[in-house]
Ligand binder design. Structure first.
Ligand SMILES: Cc1cc2nc3c(=O)[nH]c(=O)nc-3n(C[C@H](O)[C@H](O)[C@H](O)COP(=O)(O)O)c2cc1C
Length: 362
């Protein structure tokens, strides 16, 4: 099992869905870095379920507790340990799933790999609750990057095929302000309600929806990134795939690039005062694994929630028969709105680690 990530900013996440707590241990944050605990709490609050029609009915308060490493609002240079308690735990529905793995969830390979002892209740370490630790670490990463002029924001780009239009010219504060106006987390007011209705309709049909989260970052110093193996793409993708339910990632034009010509895809350079910019940004702000100084654009495909309220074909691991399973318990009919802050967080972690490695931060 690998619960650790990062080179200079080291993040270890711990806990499980129905254990006593979830959280993170973070090392490599320079001593004296100002860290606003209210900001970390505000980021955790963005991860919590929103309106009843859109999200799980599991209600966790997610009160941040700092165990070490932050003294009077500053990093003390040692390991930061932070957690939140799990309080709303209902094991019953999961006891029934012990030998009949849910299609689309981690139950089957995890039971085979980790055996009878593995606590998969509530999804165990495969639960969306593990993103609490990522959000704590990501909030700290954003607070490291902010004073260096690097800003990061994620938003809902699409849900169930309903697509947002989000101009590249919108600044990060503008994106954030617009995104936070609607519970689905999209900055495009024209489609927000249609996304919410699509989620509600899927839930009523005992089904679920997927979608796309986009993360943008501005102010990246030209040359940030550690090619070969730790290009910006590699490190962001590595961190992004640690968020459960993420099944795809693309940068800039992404898979569309495969259908474009060089004359179309190349982003022409020009001077803007004493800065080199590009007129388009098909590269998503990355060339050769290094930042170009243009906004980073990365999109994550989030699959539809696997735990749906319909009978599904599965197996009984005790008697080797085929059977059906009906998943009960409390589940998100669409993970996307709650994955926004998690994906923003892991992108910030990746950029902070690369910035520390490249000497772009003190
Ligand atoms: C914020 C968040 C909330 C999630 N909520 C649920 C949920 O309520 N029900 C569920 O079946 N999966 C949920 N997931 C996804 C599962 O954890 C994930 O699908 C599972 O671990 C299998 O991993 P994979 O989808 O990456 O292959 C959630 C994921 C995130 C990021």
């Amino acid at each position: 099992m690998s619960m650790e990530w990062g080179v200079r900013m080291r993040v270890t996440i711990f806990g499980s869905s129905h254990g006593p707590e979830v959280g993170a241990r973070i090392s490599g944050i320079p001593a004296g870095t100002p860290l606003d605990l209210e900001q970390i709490q505000a980021d955790l609050d963005r991860r919590r379920p929103v309106g009843r029609r859109l999200a799980t009915r599991r209600q966790e308060e997610d009160r941040l507790v700092i165990d070490s490493g932050i003294v009077q609002g500053r990093s003390d240079g040692g390991e930061i340990r932070a957690h939140v308690a799990n309080t709303d735990v209902q094991r019953g529905p999961y006891d029934r799933l012990r030998y009949t793995p849910r299609p689309g969830h981690a139950d089957y390979p995890a039971r085979i790999r980790y055996g009878e002892e593995a606590d998969l209740s509530g999804g165990g370490i495969f639960s969306g609750r593990m993103t609490v630790g990522l959000v704590i670490a990501g909030s700290i990463a954003r607070q490291l990057l902010g004073p260096r002029g690097i800003q990061v924001a994620g938003f809902t780009q699409s849900i169930g095929g309903v697509e947002a239009t989000v101009p590249e010219s919108w600044s990060i504060p503008e994106l954030r302000a617009r995104r936070d106006l609607h519970e689905v987390g999209t900055p495009d007011p024209a489609v927000a309600e249609a996304m919410a209705e699509a989620i509600g309709a899927a839930r009523r049909e005992g089904d679920s929806l997927g979608g796309i989260v986009e993360v943008r970052a501005t102010g990246l110093p030209v040359g940030l990134g550690e090619p070969f193996f730790d290009s910006i793409e590699s490190v962001v993708a590595h961190a992004g795939f640690s968020v459960p339910a993420v099944k795809g990632v693309e940068f800039g034009a992404g898979f569309r690039a495969a259908r474009m010509r060089g004359s179309e895809h190349n982003d022409p350079f020009h001077w803007v005062g004493d800065r080199v910019e590009t007129r388009t940004n098909h590269s998503g702000g990355i060339l050769g694994g290094l930042a170009t100084g243009m906004p980073l654009r990365v999109r994550f495909a989030v699959k539809p929630t696997s735990s749906i309220a319909r009978p599904q074909a599965t197996v009984d691991l005790r008697d080797h028969t085929d059977t059906t399973v009906t998943v009960t318990g409390r589940h998100d009919p669409c993970i996307v709105p709650r994955a926004v802050v998690a994906l923003e967080s892991v992108t910030a972690m990746a950029l902070a680690d690369l910035a520390l490695r490249g000497g772009f931060l003190p």
